[in-house]
Design a protein around this ligand. Structure first.
Ligand code: PRP
Ligand code: URA
Ligand code: MG
Length: 209
């Protein structure tokens, strides 16, 4: 479990996006800023290899080379809000898609579709979904990746906010999957929404209801 440092700047951005009166423009602008921080934190968990370079003054800098065997997998729909943030920092990154929707009444996830790179089994995966609530959607998506041969420890689940119930669901079933988030909420309400939460992320980000 990797929680972003709870800086005043992060809390100020969370205050804007959690306000029910925030405009859609404010919501998109500030969630995208936080998503950028989350993506950077997720990338930091991937492996790096040593790399030396010569500086302009002829000295050697002993540095690192970023792992290139990466694929980003947004869980459609709300996860697509995180795709641009990943593309902005990893040039030419491969992108797979998994379409899962929670049933409006039962809140159980239904898998409709997936499209993933042929060689995904040998890649590290940043699985992207801003909401980890009951964990049903995350568990279903992780199962899709494992069925395609992805190694559990190669999955980093990047999520905007979560609750103890969601963390427990993922960590107890898949203890080697890492989770990166910007906030841990108090609990779920009777409709499986997080409290204090943010409401329906997908609807607020994409402007639907
Ligand atoms: C939301 C959210 C997550 C899921 C989390 O998706 O985007 O995917 O619920 O809930 P869970 O942890 O209880 O499964 P939803 O299917 O409501 O719609 P959307 O992605 O189209 O907005
Ligand atoms: N999906 C959301 O968009 N919000 C929640 O609080 C839970 C699931
Ligand atoms: Mg969703």
């Amino acid at each position: 479990m990797h929680l972003l440092p709870q800086t005043n700047q992060l809390r100020a951005m969370h205050t804007i996006v959690r306000n029910r009166d925030a405009s859609r423009e404010e919501f998109v602008f500030y969630t995208e800023r936080i998503i950028r921080l989350l993506v950077e934190a997720g990338l930091d968990l991937l492996p790096f290899a040593p790399r030396d370079v010569t500086t302009p003054v002829g000295a050697t800098y002993h540095g690192l080379r970023f792992a290139e065997d990466l694929v980003g997998v947004p869980i459609v729909r709300a996860g697509e809000s995180m795709e641009a943030g990943l593309r902005a920092v990893v040039r030419g990154v491969r992108i797979g898609k998994i379409l899962i929707q929670r049933d409006k009444v039962t809140k159980l996830p239904k898998l409709y579709y997936s499209a993933l790179p042929e060689d995904i089994a040998s890649r590290h995966v940043l699985l992207l979904d801003p909401m980890l609530a009951t964990g049903g959607t995350a568990l279903a998506a992780i199962q899709v990746l494992l069925d395609r041969g992805v190694v559990e420890e190669n999955i980093v689940f990047v999520t905007f906010i979560t609750v103890p119930e969601g963390i427990e669901a993922v960590c107890s079933r898949y203890p080697r999957v890492r989770i990166v988030t910007s906030a841990i909420e108090e609990r779920l309400n009777e409709n499986a929404y997080m409290l204090p939460g943010i409401g329906d992320f997908g609807d607020r980000f994409f402007g639907t209801d």
